[in-house]
Design a protein around this ligand. Structure first.
Ligand code: MLT
Length: 235
């Protein structure tokens, strides 16, 4: 049986070889939730970049530029990182360059994997189905916050381990721990995550609705995949 593993912080990536694996990058609040929402609403591609200046440079190449630092929209950018911004009809067919504090950094650290896909509660079942079809060993890479572990990404990892149990075997204790966390969280996900450090950060910015939306399970069926540096969904 193929295995599933969970890296709870990008700073631990040196312990988890990505070669030969399907990597699921997750940043529930909010990068990967916004990406999934963007594709569900018709965005053509997202170019994830780690640095602000590299993102800004894409403007002259016809991209919309998007992203946040410390949760706040970058002043001269077209878009921030709220999933609600990515529902706008005028974004259909557009190419977006995106940089975020943790999510796009986690993607950069996953390069070299057999495939990199984007996970969120919003597309949980679609991600699980995709992984069953791919049938590679799986590594869930939690974006965390500046190298620290966070609740929401680890709970998502546990939800995925739970969904795939019987089909993929846990590679070590991290997937088991994540699954136990999800078991504690699942009856009241929003209440459970209210304690998380990033929810407190988002509440200060008055964007509590973003958090509630990002906790919606299976709102969309899209599975963004990284191909040649760009995220896209298959037609
Ligand atoms: C990140 O990449 O750290 C974020 O998605 C932060 C945020 O926009 O809330």
């Amino acid at each position: 049986m193929k295995s599933i593993d969970v890296c709870v912080s990008p700073d631990l990536m040196h312990l988890y070889p990505v070669d030969g694996k399907s990597v699921v990058v997750v940043d529930i609040l909010r990068a990967t939730s916004s990406m999934v929402t963007a594709f569900a609403h018709g965005v053509k591609s997202i170019y994830p970049v780690a640095k602000l200046d590299d993102c800004r440079a894409m403007k002259s190449k016809g991209y919309l530029i998007a992203g946040e630092r410390e949760g706040e929209k970058v002043a001269d950018f077209d878009l921030g990182n709220s999933p609600f911004e990515y529902m706008a009809p005028e974004l259909r067919g557009k190419q977006i360059a995106l940089t975020t504090t943790n999510g796009t950094q986690a993607i950069a650290k996953s390069l070299g994997a057999t495939e990199i896909i984007i996970g969120a509660f919003l597309n949980l079942s679609a991600v699980a189905d995709h992984l069953i079809n791919s049938n590679n060993d799986i590594l869930v890479v939690c974006a965390g916050w500046k190298g620290k572990v966070n609740l929401e990404d680890t709970v998502f990892a546990g939800a995925l381990v739970d969904k795939l149990s019987g089909k993929f075997t846990p590679a070590c204790d991290a997937p088991l721990a994540a699954k136990h966390l999800y078991t504690s969280a699942k009856t009241d996900l929003i209440g459970f995550l209210n304690e998380s450090s990033h929810v407190k950060r988002l509440n200060k910015l008055n964007i509590h609705d973003d958090m509630k939306f990002c906790c919606t399970i299976d709102e969309y069926r899209v599975v963004p995949v990284l191909v040649n540096g760009h995220l896209a969904v298959k037609d």
